[in-house]
Write a protein that binds this ligand. Structure first.
Ligand code: SF4
Length: 289
């Protein structure tokens, strides 16, 4: 297997075979993200990817889950993704889930028919960073898509039969804009109705441009109190019919997990207890990305 390091994948793909179809991120401009700063984006030659699949099939023939890397493998041309998905189906008889990261623009730039073809070939789940429902925040962090575009992209994926896992980033609104960031994010998530919604907390990394803005005093990251306030506003504003909600990523001070339609009051009770100091927050030295 050939990997251009470092390789990232969602926590829920820890058991999956990771197969790099692209390297880096085609956007690579979000100021809060340092994941692919040292990589130039490119689509790997299909022959190389097919060689990796053959090698993986010989070593792990019972593979049932595959995650296509890197930062937005959905950016790859549909011909590339089609060839990879067909090869995966042929190589792994037990395969039942293929997933990848997608940006809003990746999804919007593919036609409905192309997405339906990819779904029919086994691509069933995409992870998408909404980050914020506030266009002001999205513009400031260079996300490259508006809230409405992100909503349209997720709904387009759903229409093709894919499931979505959407991530939002607490803290991105700064101290001053945290409440509006959380309210707008809840509104966008409600329009999306994702299969999974995960709240992460922005974690300062020196390579991220937002780190330099913070050091220069142009961005003020909320402390734990502010993050809990955002989490509370977010959960209060969510009206999700069947979504699973998590805030159990290692970046968060408070881990929550539940199905919003059933567990919303319980989750709000946990947040209220944490705000009153009745529940311990995750120690800072255990937090990370
Ligand atoms: S957050 Fe996603 S889209 Fe933005 S630079 Fe990082 S990997 Fe690329």
């Amino acid at each position: 297997m050939h990997y251009a390091e470092p390789v990232f994948r969602p926590p829920s793909e820890s058991e999956s075979l990771i197969l790099q179809v692209t390297v880096g991120c085609s956007h690579n401009a979000c100021t809060f993200c340092a994941m692919y700063r040292n990589k130039s984006y490119y689509v790997r030659p299909v022959t190389e990817v097919l060689e990796d699949i053959s090698e993986a099939a010989a070593r792990w023939p019972d593979t049932s889950r595959v995650f296509l890397g890197d930062g937005d493998a959905m950016a790859a041309p549909v011909e590339v993704l089609t060839a990879v998905l067909k090869a995966l189906r042929a190589a792994f008889p037990r395969l039942h889930r293929v997933s990848l990261y997608a940006t809003p623009m990746n999804l919007l730039q593919k036609s409905a028919g192309e997405l339906a073809t990819l779904r029919a070939l086994g691509l069933c789940l995409f992870y998408l960073g909404l980050e914020s429902g506030s266009d002001e925040v999205l513009r400031r962090v260079g996300k490259g898509a508006t809230s409405a575009e992100a909503v349209e992209a997720v709904l387009k994926g759903h229409a093709a039969g894919m499931k979505s896992s959407v991530m939002v980033l607490l803290g991105l609104g700064g101290v001053e804009g945290g409440a509006e960031h959380a309210r707008a994010t809840a509104r966008a998530a409600n329009l999306m109705q994702p299969g999974y919604l995960s709240a992460l907390t922005w974690f300062d990394v020196p390579q991220a441009p937002l780190h330099r803005q913070m050091a220069a005093g142009r961005f003020h990251m909320p402390g734990d109190e502010g993050i809990l306030e955002e989490l509370q506003i977010l959960v209060e504003g969510l009206n999700l019919r069947d979504s699973v909600f998590h805030s159990n990523h290692a970046s968060n001070p408070l881990a929550l997990s539940g199905r919003l339609s059933r567990d919303k009051e319980r989750l709000l009770g946990v947040i209220a207890a944490a705000k009153e100091g009745l529940i311990s927050l995750r120690p800072r030295f255990l937090r990370g990305t």
